[in-house]
Design a protein around this ligand. Structure first.
Ligand SMILES: [Zn+2]
Ligand SMILES: [Zn+2]
Length: 409
């Protein structure tokens, strides 16, 4: 939907902008992602949580190396003790690399359109009075056939595109992501088509790392029991680091292990987390199900498609938003004139509100906000309640208060 902003008081002020005309895609990025190394790495806005996650992995491993593995070196012969230390360090690096491969890459973002697509059919659903322009709008939902089954795809107001099947708009990153699974706060990134494999490998490897540390802590405790001929409690008291690690890894293994098992179930039935919470497919209804082997093959043995975004490509700075006034009309980006007719209510003419307060949140619809598990609003938007309600309110608020919200042409 186009939002036509109210006329600015002074256009000269806007022309003072001396920033360069050509910039890189990541510099002009409209999503809320954070980029590193000149757009070579893309993270979600909550990238800080990646460092927290790394600390939660490295800190217990460091304690394990210093207080448990180092002691076990002396206990085992034939370099076996050294191997315990080498394996845990190498495995930790592997887990962290998987974490960064999950969070630092494009999860499958579909580039936004600069303009809404042309409607194939005109929807003249709204009443058109004499002298008014007929209001054309894009159908909110389209139906496509996937493997012989009808799947509904929705229009994204923010990205101005029809989302392909399994695509959803992440409310945190503000992008449409292919095969959207969920936005993971621990890796600070969306999990989608291009990083799901690494996400699963990260979670399952982290589970194995927990089991490894937990196991060797018990090995150490048992060796103390045998060497000092004491009870479990007697041995545990002698190694407080092991007590902390045993509790920490025991709790963690429920979390990452549970997640691993849940995703094994999702992979085997070819569902995303989002679809599982949203649709709860029966096995027969899921159009993506290819059988258990086909589903595992799809996740682990198919090539990952290249990114649809070149974050380092040079792009022209977008032209300024259409704000000029010509003969009592706005001219929007399609060079269409929209007459301005302020409505008088009780003899008082309305004032244009500030863009930030009036137009700021206008285009955000619950339709396009699916990453936040806002299932209620999603359900409402599917049935069209949310949209039609918003459409009618949008029409009146456009002339009374803030930005003119004109249905898409
Ligand atoms: Zn979108
Ligand atoms: Zn996200």
């Amino acid at each position: 939907m186009h939002v036509i902003h109210p006329p600015k008081l002074s256009d000269a002020a806007a022309d003072d902008d001396d920033s360069p005309e050509v910039l890189r895609t990541y510099q002009a990025w409209k999503g809320s992602n954070k980029f590193f190394l000149g757009g070579r790495f893309i993270f979600g806005p909550d990238v800080g949580s990646v460092f927290l996650s790394i600390c939660l992995i490295v800190a217990p491993v460091a304690v394990f190396c210093a207080f448990v593995a180092r002691k076990l070196i002396d206990d085992f012969s034939h370099h076996l003790g050294v191997l315990i230390l080498v394996v845990v360090i190498a495995f930790t690096f592997y887990v962290i690399i998987l974490l960064l491969m999950t969070s630092g890459r494009d999860p499958g973002i579909i580039p936004r359109n600069a303009h809404p697509p042309q409607p194939e059919t005109m929807d003249l659903g709204m009443e058109v009075g004499p002298g008014q322009t007929p209001q054309l709008r894009l159908p909110r939902v389209k139906e496509v056939i996937v493997n012989g089954m009808t799947v509904k795809v929705k229009y994204c107001d923010t990205c101005m595109l029809y989302r392909p099947p399994r695509c959803s708009h992440c409310s945190i990153c503000d992008n449409c992501v292919e095969r959207f699974d969920h936005h993971c706060p621990w890796v600070g990134q969306c999990i989608g088509r291009r990083n799901y494999r690494f996400f699963f490998m990260f979670v399952s490897s982290a589970t194995l790392l927990c089991v490894y540390v937990l196991s060797f802590c018990w090995v150490y405790v048992i060796r103390i029991m045998h060497s000092e001929n004491t009870s479990v409690w007697g041995a545990l008291i002698k190694t407080p680091a092991s007590i902390v690690l045993i509790i920490y890894t025991f709790l963690s293994v429920w979390f990452v292990g549970g997640l691993t098992v849940f995703h094994l179930y999702l992979i085997s039935t070819n569902q995303s987390t989002y679809e599982n919470f949203r649709y709860r497919y029966d096995r027969s209804e899921n159009p993506y199900n290819r059988g258990i082997f086909g589903n595992f093959k799809e996740v682990f043995w198919t090539s990952i498609p290249p990114s649809k975004n070149n974050f380092r490509a040079m792009v022209q700075r977008e032209p300024k938003p259409p704000t000029r006034v010509s003969g009592g009309s706005f001219i929007n980006s399609n060079n269409e004139k929209i007459p301005i007719e302020p409505v008088e209510i009780d003899g008082v003419k309305p004032q244009w509100k500030n863009e930030a307060t009036a137009g700021g949140g206008k285009r955000r619809s619950s339709l396009g906000r699916s990453g936040s598990w806002d299932l209620e609003s999603e359900a409402a938007s599917v049935t069209g309640i949310g949209y039609s309600d918003r459409m009618s309110r949008g029409g009146s608020s456009g002339s009374l208060g803030g930005s003119l919200e004109v249905p898409v042409k």
